[in-house]
Design a protein around this ligand. Sequence first.
Ligand SMILES: Cc1ncc(COP(=O)(O)O)c(C=O)c1O
Length: 409
Amino acid sequence: MADYSQFTNYPESAYLYKKNKGFATKAIHAGQDPDQVHGSVNVPIHLSTTFAQKAPTDFYSQYEYARGGTPTRHAFEECIAACENGEYAIAFSSGCAAMTCVLHSLPKESHIIVSDDVYGGTNRYMRRFAVEKFNFNVEFVDLTDTEAFKNAFKENTALVWIETPTNPLIKLVDIEALVNITREKKKDTWVLVDNTFASPYLQNPMDLGVDITLHSVSKYIGGHSDVIMGALVFNGKEMKDKLFYSSISFGGCPSTFDCYLAVRGLKTLESRMKIHCRNAYSVAKWLEQHPLIEKVIFPGLESHPQHELAKKQQRGFGGMISFLLKGGKAEAFKFLSSCKLATLAESLGGVETLIEHPASMTHASVPAEVRAKLGITDNFIRLSCGVEDVEDIMADIDQALEKACKKEQ
Ligand SMILES: Cc1ncc(COP(=O)(O)O)c(C=O)c1O
């Protein structure tokens, strides 16, 4: 069998960028030296699914078969690794495929601690597959409660799954505190952070000691709602061998064209994130004093329970806002279908403003009693604030609120 370890990135180059450069420079250049043959400045799209050998197992380069890697995918992996200050990365066909790879790399029947408020698809996979089909012992815990976290540990806890900020309640988890507790409890437990909501620009969990950072590249990294992809970033050859072996065995590799789009997306991540953050801050402040709004959840507001942690842990407050409008399901549905600029759609992190109803859309697969306990009520709205002119975003929300929630005098 071929030695698959050759098929991953060249960490030396990622190291160089990590040590010496700022975020935007890494995002634009890491893993993207001009190509050796023609000097193309942009990474070429390598469509070949297989790579010639001079003699059996004597390869021209580290590539053999495209499920294990292509030069275009490799460029993305080096770049995202550098942006997250990690040594290695593996790209996947989706964020969910990245999640599956991690779960399939654990010892059988492991105990897994998972944030109680996570993306609906993560919740569904953990309950319906990890537990029901693969015999893992999954425990959902409020990770903002460190005592509850300490008490959840077992002999065979193999993975701690943190999402911060969480989806859709935008709760923040103190990554460093949880890493420290984990190391005291059990040295070999992996700590993973799903960093999708923050993006690598706002937060780098590897700097706080986590073992694996996961991204749904489909969100801020792709940035234009035209790529479905995922990524894992991590350190150490042992971890690389384990995760890479799972990834080639279970498939879930990204298309080369998507890797190209993801490389392109990373180049403007910093510029886009700055506008997402600025717009979201203005919209959240404005919504907070709006007479038709009951509550706004945004880490940049002083009313947010982890506002201080947000200032310490993140470089900005992000582009995601959740809010409760005054009314119930009927008002929420009327509001959502009255929005004209904000598009009613799942997903987040694109340049355009997206708005949705978690209880019936992204989190419909979460059992109703769990949603009720978490506070994902029928008047709960999630807004992914785009980079359009902020006045236009506010005007659109305002007219839709008036239509849906204003009582006739
Ligand atoms: C926080 C988070 N993690 C993971 C995923 C899954 O990513 P994908 O849709 O790329 O499979 C999503 C998707 O919405 C998400 O919001």
